[in-house]
Design a protein around this ligand. Sequence first.
Ligand SMILES: C[S@@+](CC[C@H](N)C(=O)[O-])C[C@H]1O[C@@H](n2cnc3c(N)ncnc32)[C@H](O)[C@@H]1O
Ligand code: SF4
Length: 463
Amino acid sequence: MAGVMAPHREDLTGPSAAWLAEAGRTLPRYTSYPTALAFEPADGEVETREWLSAITPDQALSVYVHVPFCRRLCWYCGCHTSVFHEYDRVGSYFDTLKREVDIWADHLPAHAGTQHLHFGGGSPNALLPEHFAELLELLKRRFAVRPDAEVAAELDPGLLTHEFVHAAAAAGVTRVSLGVQTFDPEVQGKVNRTQPFAHVAGVVDQLRAAGIQALSFDLMYGLPGQTPENVAESARQAVTLSPDRIAVFGYAHVPWMKKHQRMIRDEDLADARGRWAQAEAADATLVEAGYVRIGLDHYAKPDDPLTIATAEGRLRRNFQGYTDDPAPVLIPVGPSSIGSLGPGFVQNAVFTNLWGQAVAEGRLPAARRLPITSEDRLRAAVIERLMCDLHVDVGALCLAHGWPVETLDGSFDDLARLHVLGLCEVVDRTLRIPEAARRLMRTVAACFDARLQAAEKRHATAV
Ligand SMILES: C[S@@+](CC[C@H](N)C(=O)[O-])C[C@H]1O[C@@H](n2cnc3c(N)ncnc32)[C@H](O)[C@@H]1O
Ligand code: SF4
């Protein structure tokens, strides 16, 4: 334990060279701890079945459904998706998905119903409207989706049709998140994603007219050709459409993993200082417009459930990002989807053919898994509170998890270095990330990651 340290004053003059060096480190996003890189091959499905049987009747479920298809390939895309030209491929995927829903549901013991259903991708609106509606009806029935559940879908505004909007609203979608990224036509041109402001505005009107009021936007910084000015302008334009939530993601450039990112020229990308300035520009615009900062990269209106959850210390972070969903169990549907089943994490086969083969044989398609130790749970809790609240009482969490108060003292050697840099204030076993260092919260969280070294090379930069 590092002992008592005086809190460090925030550096309000902008990032120092030392901060920028930290921003350039490659770190996990900590949507889970341990991260998916630690998962190991699953040996058959027996363990997954056992883990499912540990669900108790009082436990509510979340369900994540992955739709890995898009009409277009955006050069920056880091998602697990592919472009389809003929619907046949999507149609047979839809058939397999329905079988998979039945397989998971058949293995579920009694539970308290599903309170959060999330369609991600890819673009779930790659499905035909009638297929999407049929899938949602099946999920409702087989996973006992509660009447008050949040049913969220990530949709590509570029291929969103009237028919899809109406089918989604009628089937019970309550929240839509739209990939906006940037409104700048030149930047859009550099990433193969033409999407005029007027089109997105029209989509927003359609969604609201159909009764889907809860809207989230994804914006990005760090894309080729982006500057603080055009990032701020896109944020200003986004605000005029009044979404409840806005996420501002830093472009993760990993061309060694995502080959199409090679279409993006290195010389068009900003350096660490430029990325920081872009993130600041979006932040200043959104805060000025009345949005409240949520965690690392989200903003929400003051009366949004995420803002209220943050104020009450109930904000959570899971594979879908920030959420107020406290459900302890997440069922993964679709290839590459990650689930959380109490005793451990599971990930479905990433390749659609292997996933499809498992489903065709009537097997649960989980291909990787990781049993979670009680020390993992403690570290996960510390990392989650840091990523959500920017402060944590490490000693209190150790005790709450049944561990001696000094269990994580080894992390405080690393933290002492960050304390000197002004990235965190350490007093006894509590730590706080100053507002000015919010963007570097992953660097602070990484001090509690016991599995970091092997994984560090695979991630994108922290800012
Ligand atoms: C599944 S997509 C959203 C829905 C839809 N496919 C679309 O693009 O409109 C999820 C979001 O991830 C973000 N994203 C994609 N690739 C990224 C990358 N390489 N780095 C950071 N964020 C990325 C984008 O903001 C995107 O909107
Ligand atoms: S950003 Fe969205 S629409 Fe573009 S390729 Fe990725 S998942 Fe598809």
